[in-house]
Design a protein around this ligand. Sequence first.
Ligand SMILES: C[S@@+](CC[C@H](N)C(=O)[O-])C[C@H]1O[C@@H](n2cnc3c(N)ncnc32)[C@H](O)[C@@H]1O
Ligand code: SF4
Length: 344
Amino acid sequence: MASVLEIELFGNCNLKCVMCAQQFPDKRQRAISFEEFRAIFELYKPESLDYITLHGSGEVMLSPIFGRVLDFIPDGLPIRFLTNGTQIAKQKEHLLNNADKIEAIDISIDACTPQTYKRIRGGVLSDTLESISTISSNHLYKNKIRLNFTYHKHNYKEIPLLASLASSIQVSRVGIWPLVDSAQYLADEWAVSYNDRSADEKFNYRESLVSCNDPLLLKYLAQLQLACQSHGVDIVLPEFYNIKNEMMHLKPSDCPVVEYNRIYYSTGEAKHCCLQTKPVFNWFSEGAKRFEAVDRHHQIVTELKEDHVPSECEHSGCPYIANFDHIPSSDPSEITFQSRTKST
Ligand SMILES: C[S@@+](CC[C@H](N)C(=O)[O-])C[C@H]1O[C@@H](n2cnc3c(N)ncnc32)[C@H](O)[C@@H]1O
Ligand code: SF4
């Protein structure tokens, strides 16, 4: 039974974060039409869903149908989404009109100084903070906004500054996430220019990963925890920080995601999880349909229950299969990772 439906409204973005797949835009990334949104949405009964998300891997607030979709989603179905925050001021009216339905907005910030923000995301930090402030100070959005920070070697020393940054724009929640440690990103040389063009050096994905035992990381996280306490800010820390060794024992049959998550990307790819390396089916070429109507979906559920790695999850960096590469997949995929190379 699905309980989270994710429909990517818009596959492109106005920023160019050095660690994001938007560095290599896929020509199929596009805006979905309202009719396409509706065809997918109507496959699922709103009462069977815990919530709906709208972001996928692009910037949802650039979608031409963003406001229409918010208006269309019925009362009682909570809406959540991830955004880079740059378009909040422009979409303020839609956001205020639909504030009752919007349960959570996660805003990726990934830097706490203008220099780092420019360098790794390609935007102007003060503009983004001003944009966020247009709703974060409104009582309708109290406790609904979280500032997210995806860390790597080139921004993690700014982690402790996140509490005061959030507090300065009246945001009371922050979250810290690691870069995806996935073969999909690492198989090819991922070395891209920074956005400030001030240095010849490049962002190298593989070399930017930070180990969960990195003493500096642990120090920065501890400093952030203290800063959050003094600013009255809630914090979500990376799973390893809380669970530590228990993470090592996760296995494919522990994956809860295939049971509840349904993602429809604007490219047509339908996946259970953003970390899957191959789609389960294509809703664009095959027509909009429920996952439950697809044989492969049921096979994937069975394979995971039997602690096999489905071909759709091969090489994924998720903790359920990361330690199980020795288990042969039932249907080996032919992933070449070429779509994520520099030349695309
Ligand atoms: C792909 S973005 C899409 C939504 C929106 N544009 C945003 O930036 O929030 C979703 C989240 O993924 C994070 N992200 C991007 N590339 C990542 C990577 N390689 N590993 C982990 N998180 C990543 C971003 O920082 C952001 O928090
Ligand atoms: S803002 Fe989001 S989608 Fe855009 S490049 Fe950055 S992480 Fe990727």
